[in-house]
Design a protein around this ligand. Sequence first.
Ligand code: NAD
Ligand code: WQD
Length: 343
Amino acid sequence: MILVTGGAGYIGSHTVLELLNDNYKVLVLDNLSNASVESLQRVEQISGRKLTFVQGDIRDEAGLHELFSAYPIEAVIHFAGLKAVGESVEKPTEYYDVNVNGSLCLVRAMQKAGVSKLVFSSSATVYGEEAPAPYKESMPRGTTTNPYGTSKAMVEQILTDIHAASKNTANPLDVTLLRYFNPIGAHESGLIGEDPQGIPNNLMPYISQVAVGRLPELSVFGDDYETSDGSGVRDYIHVVDLAKGHLAALNKMFSNKEAECAIYNLGSGKGTSVFELVHAFEHENGVKIPYKVAPRRAGDLATCYAAVDKAAKELNWRTEKTIKDMVRDTWRWQSNNPNGYKK
Ligand code: NAD
Ligand code: WQD
């Protein structure tokens, strides 16, 4: 059985679906602070399989001990966390508590239970601003510019240290750090997708909420970057490809002879600008996205995309879906569910 923390969320729900499709038994632990159980009900509907859901907090160590005693957990995929960059600047205590302290509670409970395999949701943000794209896993982590990014860099370091310290013990921690680039899109059924609370912080959900009439217009943050059309360039990855990357990581860990601390980028290796994404969305879906050009957003880079050779070689995984798939699937989800999981 695989324990998926944060499994009711955006990336978690898509990964749970792929795990069920691959015949894994799944236990989801989520406190529902940024998700609803409706996502998991829909995952069961799409897959035709059942999962086990426990509502709880990763910082509740006693609760974690109970879970590890009650279920035959072989590995953990750890998505649970807070992820809004701007909010993390306002609420650093909460971000470090959930993301860093929560991860420590989880690892302690795993070690106590003798569970050694952990996949962690990290982020391209840990590369910082110093080095130019494409970002390679061999590059050192850079300077993070907000508590969210710092919390991800800290957990990477903590897991690296725990792996090293436990390497020659009876229960070495086997860790995979997955650095996601920009996950967008939705499952092709249109039944599950991204459902941000309040005004979206990220580009794709903002575009789709403009398209569905929940927001009047998009602000394009800067058209004077040194990129092909002046707008910011990112490496967008379809959430279903991303979910499959977790299965590839897990399968590799199940075949590892020795515990490792491995790092993989999960991205497409291709850059797409804000204007290109907006135009692809309009063209593929036959909708208009009104926009205005606004000042640059603090902390944004001009260009960010992944080096993808390591994941291709060692995980035998690469992205399959295109920007067209991403914008079409986003729109299918958003137009079928204009208010997300709320009825
Ligand atoms: P999400 O908010 O949809 O999912 C996170 C889930 O964790 C939610 O279901 C939430 O209810 C749950 N959760 C939060 N705090 C918890 C706690 N204390 N105990 C138990 N559950 C808790 O976010 P997502 O986009 O699916 O992201 C999943 C992970 O991937 C996060 O760790 C995020 O930082 C990381 N990540 C996301 C992106 C992205 O752009 N979406 C990029 C890089 C990394
Ligand atoms: C993409 C592009 C914006 C909104 C963030 C986190 C990162 C990771 C993924 C978690 C940029 C532009 C955006 C809008 C715009 N998350 N934009 N108008 O900033 O690359 O990455 O999510 O780990 O850590 O920082 O993603 O979707 O916010 O922005 O013009 O309303 O769209 O300037 O060029 P970002 P994003």
